[in-house]
Design a protein around this ligand. Structure first.
Ligand code: SF4
Ligand code: SF4
Length: 170
């Protein structure tokens, strides 16, 4: 699914409907913390981490199945995430996104959080936003916090750290 940004400027009701294609064909960046959290549940990083060369950086990306491009942790029968308790920060942010600059979407405005100027959006293609019988309400502060956490962790994620982590995990 392509992310269709809409300004996220106030709390929205939400209920995940486990749409079958939500976790297919996504490029999910992993931080070292994500990799460690998942690996500590007994998963082998060899089975879920892939590498992507971007300029002079190596990025760590969640592996997908060949047959349907679904995430290796996606249950194709139920549409649910099999590692929900420890899933990557990017997955916890979706169906929202955090940007450092405006995307040029009508109605957008900056969101100040912890002294940082952020731009928050939700995906208009996600039927869980404003769903009937919502399970929860998502506030911009929660997403801004996750966005800043991702930014910090992504910055310190590199091959040296990955090798050290593999050593620690034994
Ligand atoms: S598109 Fe939205 S409602 Fe559907 S599975 Fe993804 S997050 Fe849940
Ligand atoms: S880790 Fe879970 S939430 Fe994230 S893409 Fe995979 S199945 Fe979906």
């Amino acid at each position: 699914m392509r992310f269709e940004p809409r300004p996220f400027t106030g709390p929205v009701p939400f209920r995940c409907l486990y749409c079958p294609d939500c976790c297919r064909g996504r490029h999910v960046y992993l931080t070292l913390k994500d990799i460690e959290r998942i690996a500590r549940t007994g998963k082998d990083p060899q089975d879920f981490v892939t590498f992507s060369v971007e300029g002079d950086k190596i990025r760590f990306v969640l592996a997908v199945r060949e047959w349907d491009l679904g995430c290796v942790f996606h249950d194709p029968e139920t549409g649910k995430c099999t590692i929900h308790e420890v899933n990557p920060i990017i997955c916890r942010i979706y169906p929202f996104m955090v940007s450092r600059k405006p995307l040029g979407v009508e109605g957008e405005k900056p969101f100040e959080y912890e002294g940082e100027g952020l731009w928050l959006y939700y995906d208009a293609n996600c039927p869980g936003i404003n769903a009937e019988e919502p399970e929860t309400t998502i506030a911009p502060e929660e997403i801004a916090e996750l966005g800043l956490e991702f930014e910090r962790e992504f910055e310190r994620t590199d091959m040296d750290g990955f090798v050290r982590l593999l050593d620690e995990l034994g």
